[in-house]
Design a protein around this ligand. Structure first.
Ligand SMILES: [Zn+2]
Length: 46
């Protein structure tokens, strides 16, 4: 799976879980890597 923000591959754990976050954008489920999601939360808090 690729990050919808930076396009980098997101690692998966051996359980098949991604090292990132899911978010729903206009009804579409997207995945965002942990570094991008951290940046997004920082910007939305400003
Ligand atoms: Zn990213």
């Amino acid at each position: 799976m690729k990050c919808s923000v930076c396009g980098k591959d997101i690692e998966e754990t051996f359980l098949g879980k991604i090292r990132g976050n899911y978010r729903r954008e206009k009804g579409v489920l997207e995945v965002v890597c942990s570094s991008c999601s951290r940046q997004m939360t920082e910007t939305t808090h400003h």
